[in-house]
Design a protein around this ligand. Sequence first.
Ligand SMILES: [Zn+2]
Length: 284
Amino acid sequence: MSVSNVLSFDLEHWYSATLLRDSVCDKDTHIEESVDIVLDILADYDVTATFFVVGDVARRYPELVASIADAGHEIGSHGDTHRPLFDLSPKQFAAELDRSTQAIRDAVGSTPVGFRAPNFSVTPQTQWAIEVLEAAGYRYDSSVFPVRTPMYGVSGAPIRPYTLDPNAPFEEREGGGQLTELPLAVFHPRLKLPVAGGFYARLLPTWLLKRGVRTLNAHGLPATMYFHPWEFNPAVRTTAVSAHERLISFHGIDGLQTKLATLLDAFAFTTADAVVQRADGDER
Ligand SMILES: [Zn+2]
């Protein structure tokens, strides 16, 4: 049985990344052009994906977001202002989620069921977010990064899709909870190397990314991958940031289109919602 992997794109302004937020002056967004590049690749490979869209982007570019949905892709929420949950209270997050849900509904005419936190900021510190998502009617979350990194991550969190128990959100338990979690892909079983996308996909060689996805799939597990449309657009590169910021933010942009094409050639990908529905079906 072949495993379908999750292909997702976080749609924010490229300078929303925490590292760049304060240092970028040229805020030309290139957002429409970046989305077009990605939509063309997906159309070439006849693949549907999930776009986790920031509410602010849905309000400012409703036609762009509608064009993504019209091409058959799923639209999920990526918060309203791209503030990580670490910076929000439960009440502020509920308000952010509500505004982003509404903005997406206004743009595409349907209600998002999936959420990805900016900076993968669902950790033990912010696990109150699970109940907020449940109360808002969301069906799945894809924010748990099962490796501890300097900026985010939860070491020891499950690497397979699992039901989120609000009282123990980083453990696989029977029952308890309305949300399915789709953790970001890490190399199984021992290495725990993040192969999920973004910076890691730009840094790591294609053969290693392929081995990561193949290893997960060999265990019957989907790889949940994430990218940003701007990562496929060389026009967003800038010299206005430090060498460290340039490495994290822009390293490998030139090769990423080819890398993604190679992955799409080698493996099956679909939307997060489709994988969640399949996981729910398997449990019944
Ligand atoms: Zn983001």
